[in-house]
Design a binder for this molecule. Structure first.
Ligand code: PLP
Length: 409
């Protein structure tokens, strides 16, 4: 019996059980990660991997960062879930910190995920606008290829037919424009428009970067028509692009931002941040969330902000992002098969002329690298911001070898 258990491949064994008991909403690979530290992961068999996905961009400060663990341990030993009819210390502290680092925020609503934060922002924008301008002013403009989440309101904001069309009817009141095309926005605006929701770099949609001139024009258009500008910083936030929030590089002040992912350092949390004036639309009973602002998640959030400021992770993302971009562009210059390298900071993508992403990811896993695709021809890089040049060189050596073979075919 002992002999037999020694021969079981733990990754395969757990994957088989998972396949049986979990809903098949993801195409999972047969690897089970069982240990993590900063930018590294170990599978159930003890094999080490360098992670260039950081849990879908949730771990800017690294996996199981010791500072976050320390803060969490202290908090869960004291109180985890005091309930939102009372104040709790880490929640109040985190709200203050978010307002401070946002530079414009005056109030925060806490949720548990990105989608829930987006739902909160949709409700806040609608309530503020209908209170001020009348019942018809509830329409929101979002952008083709955007991603704002899977709940029905956030899905209506997510302008991707292939994700939406199985779940109609969606929440009504959404219109879709194109990024970097201000005329397409002007065409959709009317007296019923209350807000625009935009990612400055579309993450799930393929790492599509908004141009600075476009965002400046969009802000002007919003101001002129008294439309709220909501920026989705769920993937771009917390130093990922080379500044704490991406909008800080666009010289634009939003009316509302939504954040989640890396705020929790691995713990589930989301937040809506806005001004006193706009937030006055939310009065007791208008919105809520049982676990939103949970003391444990908020204590992690406070530790995350402290860590990323102390270690200047934004500066690191900028420098290492340039290094990785340079190396990827060298591959582009060397191999015909590479179509484009794009992104900002450590939110980057390489697009190929052929659909090789799935096979590349499998081969990378065998070589001890965790990668992620945003389409069959595009690999996205969202590593922890604590990675170093050696990690990047390891990735580039793998890509160079793999692409060289593909280029010959
Ligand atoms: C820009 C953006 N908004 C919203 C979401 C939804 O976040 P969550 O998966 O936490 O609901 C995501 C998730 O990938 C995202 O990238």
């Amino acid at each position: 019996m002992e002999e037999k258990s020694k021969n079981i491949d733990l990754n395969k064994d757990i994957a088989e059980k998972g396949d049986r008991f979990l809903m098949h909403t993801y195409s999972r690979l047969d690897v089970v990660f069982n240990k993590a530290k900063m930018q590294y992961l170990w599978d159930a068999e003890g094999k080490k991997y360098t992670d260039f996905t950081s849990g879908y961009g949730c771990l800017n400060v690294g996996h199981s960062n010791p500072d976050i663990i320390k803060a969490l341990k202290e908090q869960i030993g004291r109180i985890i879930q005091p309930s939102n009819i009372f104040y709790n210390i880490p929640q109040v502290e985190l709200a203050g910190e978010l307002c401070r680092i946002s530079g414009f925020g005056e109030k925060v609503f806490f949720a548990n995920s990105g989608a829930e934060a987006v739902e909160g922002a949709i409700k806040l924008a609608r309530k503020y606008s209908t209170d001020k301008y009348g019942k018809k002013r509830y329409e929101i403009i979002t952008f083709n290829n955007s991603f704002h989440g899977r709940t029905l309101g956030a899905l209506a904001a997510t302008a991707q037919v292939k994700k939406q069309n199985m779940f109609e009817p969606l929440l009504s009141g959404f219109k879709y424009s194109d990024i970097n095309d201000i005329e397409s926005v002007k065409k959709k605006i009317d007296d019923n428009t209350c807000a625009v929701i935009i990612e400055l770099i579309q993450g799930e949609g393929g790492i599509n970067v908004c141009k600075k001139e476009f965002i400046a024009e969009l802000k002007k258009l919003c101001e002129k028509n008294e439309i709220l500008l909501i920026i989705d910083e769920i993937q771009t936030g917390f130093s990922r692009t080379g500044s704490i929030f991406a909008y800080q590089q666009y010289d634009v002040i939003p009316d509302i931002i939504v954040v989640a992912k890396s705020l929790g350092g691995g713990m589930p949390i989301g937040a809506v941040i806005s001004t006193d004036k706009i937030c006055s639309a939310f009065t007791p009973g208008t919105h809520g969330s049982t676990f939103g602002g949970n003391a444990a998640s908020c204590s992690a959030g406070v530790a995350v902000i402290k860590y990323l400021l102390e270690k200047n992770l934004a500066g690191r993302a900028e420098i290492l992002g340039k290094y990785l971009t340079e190396k990827l562009k060298m591959l582009q210059a060397k191999y015909q098969i590479v179509l484009e390298v794009r992104g900002m900071g450590l939110m980057l993508a390489i697009e190929f002329k052929k659909p090789i992403a799935s096979a590349l990811i499998k081969s990378a896993l065998e070589s001890g690298l965790v990668l992620n695709k945003v389409s069959e021809s595009t690999i996205r890089f969202l590593p922890s911001l604590v990675i170093n040049k050696k990690d990047i060189d390891f990735l580039i050596r793998f890509l160079d070898k793999y692409i060289k073979e593909e280029d010959k075919k």
